[in-house]
Design a binder for this molecule. Structure first.
Ligand SMILES: [Zn+2]
Length: 345
């Protein structure tokens, strides 16, 4: 089959349509006829090559996807060919001590569809039965592809890891990426007062439309820590959700309140920061990392999505043949939401 990805690691010029074997489901697995796939910044790192993560090449990109059940492996129940479904891109072994404790996101063999395996931007995808969930009736395939990775990430980060509670002050750093559009909604659902902090003032209206109570712009003259400190009326922010990385995390920590939590879910703009430990102990603050979600957390957030309490945000849809145009939008300054590929042949 012909998928969208790359034959050799590198930059955007390596994006290509590639030929890989049609996958077949073994026991406990399901094959989907893909209808939509969505990209994440993770795909960009996979394209470039992540140290220590060997990738089968040619490689198909895409962690998020939705489609129709096509073939069912031995022992699979509760699904029929033709069912409309979406996938959870988190892969776990189910046998290590973390999985046995229901902490699949900490699995010793944790993997992600499209990063460690062939991805969703191709006609067929095989995943374990437990990764297949019904597509909510009212949803398009594009919506089904836009939700899974970023909403599970935002959910675990702000609930299990960040313990966001009613009335707390929550700052979402960055506006427009899929994870931040999910995080604004999850923080509001938890009853927080939410500010979006972005370098790009043009995103204010859309951030507020998602439910953000406030919006602050920052730049070199008005650094992130100062605008957040002012926003918090000099009390400090309770929870800061940061997916930007090096340029913002040290600043985020300066704006944290007493017993506050800086939650790091990515490092798109760089991995290494210098922090002032005095802030950390004096305010008894913490920096926590979070990635993806447990199976139970995925079910929880999918329930809120299916009930309409959370909504996937789509930046743009691109036909399969123009998938590279969509992929390039991940870098666009005006990106707002998920980049989705539809019309997979
Ligand atoms: Zn495990």
């Amino acid at each position: 089959m012909r998928g969208f990805g790359f034959a050799e690691h590198g930059g955007l010029d390596r994006l290509a349509f590639v030929e890989i074997a049609d996958p077949l489901p073994t026991a406990g697995e399901v094959r989907l006829r893909m209808r939509a796939a969505a990209f994440n910044h993770l795909d960009r790192f996979t394209l470039e090559g992540i140290p220590g993560v060997p990738v089968e090449r040619p490689h198909v990109l895409g962690s998020d996807g939705s489609g129709i059940v096509d073939q069912i492996g031995e022992g699979v129940s509760g699904l029929r060919p033709g069912d409309r479904v979406l996938i959870n891109p988190a892969l776990w072994d189910g046998t290590c001590e973390f999985c046995r404790a229901g902490e699949e996101a900490l699995c010793r063999n944790f993997r992600i569809v499209g990063e460690h395996t062939q991805g969703t931007a191709a006609p067929f995808l095989v995943v374990p039965r437990r990764n297949v969930h019904p597509l909510p009736d009212a949803w398009s395939f594009a919506q089904g592809a836009a939700a899974p990775l970023v909403f599970q990430t935002a959910w675990r980060a702000l609930t299990t890891i960040g313990h966001v509670s009613q009335g707390e002050r929550v700052a979402i750093v960055g506006a427009g990426g899929g994870a931040t559009t999910a995080a604004v909604q999850v923080a509001k659902l938890r009853g927080a007062r939410v500010v979006v902090a972005s370098r790009n003032r043009t995103k204010e209206e859309r951030a507020r439309a998602l439910g953000a109570d406030d919006f602050v712009a920052f730049d070199d003259e008005h650094p992130l820590d100062r605008v957040l400190w002012q926003w918090s009326e000099k009390r400090g922010v309770d929870v800061i959700f940061d997916s930007v990385g090096a340029p913002t995390v040290a600043r985020s920590l300066k704006a944290i309140g007493r017993a506050g939590r800086v939650i790091v879910i990515g490092a798109t703009a760089g991995p290494t920061v210098e922090i002032d430990l005095r802030t950390l102990f004096w305010r008894q603050a913490s920096i926590r990392g979070s990635t993806m979600a447990n199976a139970r957390e995925f079910e929880e957030v999918l329930g809120h999505l299916a009930a309409g309490r959370l909504t996937p945000v789509i930046d743009s849809e691109h036909p399969f043949e123009r998938a590279a145009d969509g992929f390039r939008r991940l870098e666009a300054p005006d990106l707002f939401g998920k980049v989705v590929v539809t019309g997979i042949p």
